[in-house]
Design a binder for this molecule. Sequence first.
Ligand code: HEC
Length: 154
Amino acid sequence: MKQIVLGAFLMGILWGCSQENKEQAGSDPPIKKEVSEAPKSTDPMDNKGVGPITSLELGPIDQAMVDEGKTIYDQMCTACHKADEKFIGPAPAGIMTRRSPEWVMNMILNPEGMVREDPIAKQLLVEYNMAPMANQGLTEDQARKILEYFRTLE
Ligand code: HEC
C-alpha cells in the first residue's frame, strides 16, 4: 500500500513537471526566432571584409606612419587611384568614414578574395567596369601605413 501511494505521488510530480515543461516549451520558439531572424547589420562600417585582418584598433594618428604610408601609396597605388577624384579605382578621400579599417586593410592585402566574396567589393568591381583591384603584394605593415595615410584624407 505504501508503495502505491508513493508511486501515485511520484507520478503526480512527474505529470506536474511535464506540464511545466510544455508551458516553457510553448514560450521558447518566439525567443529563438527573434535571435535567428534578427536582421544582419547593413551598415558598411560593420563589414570587416574577407582576409587576414579580423580586428584593428586605431589610436591617435601617427605622423611618421602617415608619411611612410604616403610614400608607399604614391609608388604602388597612384597608377589607379587619385587621392580625391575617381580614376581607374575609387578616390580614397573620406574612405575611413565609408569603410571599416579592417575592410580597407583586407582590400589592400586580399583584393582577389574581396571581389569574389565581399558584397561591397563585388559591387565596386561592377561599378568600376570589372577592372579588378590589383594585389600589390604589400606586407601587413605597409598596408597599415597606407591606412594611416588614408586617415588624413578627408
Ligand atoms: C590596377 C589598378 C589598381 C591598383 C594598382 C590599385 N588599385 Fe585599389 N582599386 C582598383 C579598383 C578598380 C578598385 C575598385 C574595386 C575593383 O574594381 O576591384 C579599387 C578599390 C580599392 C579600394 C576600395 C575603395 C573604396 O572606396 O571602397 C581601396 C581601399 C584600394 N583600392 C586601395 C588601394 C591601394 C592602397 C593600392 C596600392 C597598394 C591600390 N588600391 C592599388 C584598382 C587598383
